[in-house]
Design a protein around this ligand. Structure first.
Ligand code: SF4
Length: 755
């Protein structure tokens, strides 16, 4: 009679897990239930729609279960019948999802969704019906084109839009509005991978597959906190190690989850990842572990690499990179002598200053190891947003037409396909659009699903540029900061209300299926573009399937999973034309600077790094009540050593200062952080305005994910702390410069960390 029932972790120990919720899927008796969906449905009443997750580029399949106009739960193929996914082929999806995919569906039902179009009248945004809105926008865009020419118009589209949306958008911008000023979220980093791979190999996408990754005998992961950014892809690496015995080498600035699990962890000093790659190449050359067919085929290029890479001493590389030479050499030998090795990289090396050079170093390493030729080997970039790769493949950037065809090379061909002249200009990337906007040379900006005001730091002067642009159109499911400053706001739908496809990082095409009708008067991106095209005299499509068919004719084989083909002679051109001078300069820079991303030797005391958390993806997930309940930790993560030096303990407040301003916020001590690095989740805009921006001279990628700051403890009597209402999930745990004096402070949310 004294028996007690207690629900909790085994032996009362709190769960230390990623909250992927796969336990829900495999629990055979329903003992584990999602609190988000509890009592909200009767399973047999739910409509089930097979679709694709909208968060990251892993592109997991999911079943979105809906009732009426609401999404009520997400399930996946993983079940107790397929426990742990062990029956599936290696590398196939085991059917599970991560926390974002399984629990981050509530933004679809959000009351903050836009349901009616808004137009700015006398400085105020007011509701205007669609039948007035579309003709007005079409008229204004046409007037601007006629008065200033197409070059005065620019467009920006999200890497979360479907392939069909991006294709239609770029076609409208190029053929109807006469502009090639088009960009997408890939500009924040992934375009470095695409352009460098294009430049060297002739095609900019992964050369391998998830299955090959799982079957790799050696995996080198550089600058990617893959467990957080691409959780299901990270399972493939774990499977490669645990099930097939692969050696996993992880090089990063921070001791990531994957580094802890790896066989060969390489914790590198700040801005030294490129130097580490140079060290690995040096070890490969000195020890003659080079892939011999490469030397035989390109002897001059090999000679040039030797001359560029060898001068730096082993001691210097080890000292600057912070990794012992023996460890560098061991990792190099493993990769070079691998049967089918895989090189994977992520935003930690792509979105840092010198990203372009870093990418070329990765490609050089892959060439020396034969990763582009050995059967089962390959190279694989990972990017954040679900369809960044597809957006580039569909011509959503100024450099490429659909199929990653360089604009100048494909202009005539596409003029013939589309039966319309295309602009002569090479077009502008996002940083150049902003630059020209500041000079008053951009008159209209059409933004689809992007939010540059909240993404880019103030030093990029996006707001100033917006003030000089006559017409800003913002199409988004939510009223973002960018939307608030727009002249026209068009309510768009989420992925749950759309048909189309996404392209994941492996190059697989994933179907997006409509599970719900659009809320209120919201329209799909496809429908809005079609309505505008009808008004402006463009091609009219009745459904996204018609666009799919058109894409299929101009990017042959794309939907059948055939990879985009580069010119096979491309590598020879890369390794021939000026390669010797180019590598000599490039590696001399790396050697001096301790990496393309800045001087390790002169690295400042504290580097602020903005990075991704497993619980969020871009800004979209911050619109999701479920994910915000799980994770809304807006504290500065600091290493134990730095905390001790500053006499800080958890939840103490600090003032973070850069030459752009200062912000006060609470800290959390994170033992896995390296001394000299502080970390903050990039999904929250709190610290981004402290960052300076450097734009890559080759690829126009704006680098702002890391920067020099100073940190000072804020004495308690300096703070006016007020407790936070337990019902609030949005603790502004910060006091910004401007609020000084009256800023209310909130203690960490009592719900933080709940799963
Ligand atoms: Fe979605 Fe990526 Fe998570 Fe898969 S790994 S469920 S695609 S966020």
């Amino acid at each position: 009679k004294d028996g007690k029932t207690l629900v909790g972790g085994h032996e009362g120990v709190a769960l230390d897990c990623e909250f992927c919720g796969d336990c829900l899927a495999v629990c055979p008796v329903g003992a584990i239930t999602s609190r988000f969906s509890k009592y909200a449905y009767k399973p047999w009443q739910l409509k089930k729609t097979q679709t694709t997750c909208t968060y990251c580029s892993d592109g997991c399949e999911m079943t979105l279960e809906t009732e009426g106009s609401k999404a009520l739960r997400v399930t996946s193929r993983l079940s107790y019948l397929n426990k742990f996914g062990l029956e599936v082929e290696p590398g196939d999806q085991h059917g599970g999802l991560c926390v974002r995919g399984r629990f981050g569906f509530q933004f679809v039902n959000s009351e903050k969704r836009l349901s009616r179009p808004l137009a700015k009248i006398n400085g105020k945004q007011v509701e205007v019906p669609w039948f007035k809105m579309i003709p007005q926008i079409a008229r204004k865009l046409t007037e601007i084109k006629n008065q200033y020419g197409g070059n005065a118009i620019a467009g920006l589209i999200s890497g979360r839009c479907t392939n069909e949306d991006v294709y239609l958008f770029q076609k409208m911008m190029r053929t109807i509005l006469g502009t090639n000023n088009i960009d997408t979220a890939a500009r924040y980093g992934h375009i470095n991978s695409v352009l460098a791979m294009q430049y060297a190999l002739g095609v900019g996408s992964s050369t391998t597959s998830y299955k090959q990754i799982t079957l790799s005998d050696v995996i080198l992961l550089v600058g990617s906190n893959i467990t957080e950014t691409n959780p299901v892809a990270s399972l493939r690496i774990k499977e490669a190690k645990n099930r097939f015995g692969a050696k996993v080498i992880v090089a990063d600035l921070i001791e990531t989850n994957m580094m802890k699990l790896s066989t060969h962890p390489l914790l590198v000093s700040f801005a030294s990842q490129a130097l580490l790659l140079q060290g690995m190449m040096k070890a490969i050359i000195e020890n003659k572990w080079v892939y011999q067919p490469f030397v035989d085929r390109y002897p001059k290029a090999y000679e040039a690499l030797c001359q560029s890479i060898l001068p730096l001493s082993q001691e210097e590389i080890a000292q600057k990179s912070g990794v012992a030479w023996e460890k560098i050499s061991e990792a190099a030998q493993l990769l070079a002598q691998s049967r089918g090795g895989t090189l994977i990289w992520g935003e930690g090396i792509v979105s840092e200053p010198g990203g372009w050079d870093n990418l070329l170093a990765l490609i050089d390493l892959a060439l020396l190891c034969g990763l582009l030729e050995k059967s089962g080997a390959g190279i694989h970039p990972v990017c954040e947003e679900n369809n960044e790769q597809g957006a580039v493949d569909m011509g959503g950037v100024c450099e490429f037409l659909p199929g990653q065809v360089p604009y100048a090379d494909g202009k005539e061909r596409f003029e013939a396909i589309w039966n319309k002249p295309l602009p002569d200009s090479v077009g502008l990337s996002l940083p150049k659009i902003i630059e020209k906007g500041l000079r008053g040379e951009i008159k209209a900006l059409y933004i689809v699903g992007e939010n540059p005001l909240e993404t880019l730091p103030e030093s990029m002067r996006v707001r100033d540029a917006f003030e000089k642009i006559d017409l800003i159109i913002c199409q988004d499911p939510f009223l973002t900061q960018t939307g608030k400053s727009a002249d026209f706001v068009l309510p768009a739908t989420t992925f749950a209300e759309k048909e189309g496809t996404f392209t994941n990082m492996e190059g697989s095409i994933r179907r997006v299926r409509k599970a719900l009708d659009p809320i209120g008067e919201a329209r799909t991106d496809f429908k809005i573009f079609s309505d505008l095209l009808r008004q402006m005299g463009g091609d009219v499509y009745r459904s996204p399937e018609e666009i799919t068919l058109e894409i299929d004719t101009c990017v042959k084989g794309y939907y059948r999973g055939e990879r985009l083909q580069g010119n096979p002679a491309h590598l020879g051109h890369y390794l021939g034309n000026g390669f010797a001078e180019e590598v000599l300069k490039r590696y001399a820079k790396t050697g001096q600077a301790g990496g393309g991303s800045g001087a390790a030797s002169s690295a400042p005391a504290i580097q602020l790094v903005l990075g991704q958390s497993i619980y969020h993806s871009g800004k979209l997930s911050t619109q999701d009540e479920g994910l915000m309940k799980i994770y809304n930790k807006q504290t500065l993560r600091i290493s134990e050593a730095d905390a001790a030096a500053l006499e800080l303990k958890d939840n103490d407040w600090v003032r973070v200062k850069s030459d752009q301003g200062k912000v006060e916020l609470a800290i959390t001590i994170l033992p896995s952080l390296t001394k000299g690095i502080v970390w903050f989740p990039e999904h929250f805009a709190t610290l981004k305005d402290l960052m300076n921006v450097q734009v890559d001279p080759k690829t126009d990628v704006p680098y702002f994910k890391s920067g020099h700051v100073s940190i000072q403890k804020v004495p308690l009597f300096d703070l006016s702390v007020v407790s936070q209402s337990p019902s609030s999930f949005l603790p502004p745990q910060v006091r910004e410069d401007k609020d000084e004096g009256d800023g209310a402070h909130n203690l960490p949310s009592p719900l933080e960390g709940e799963g």
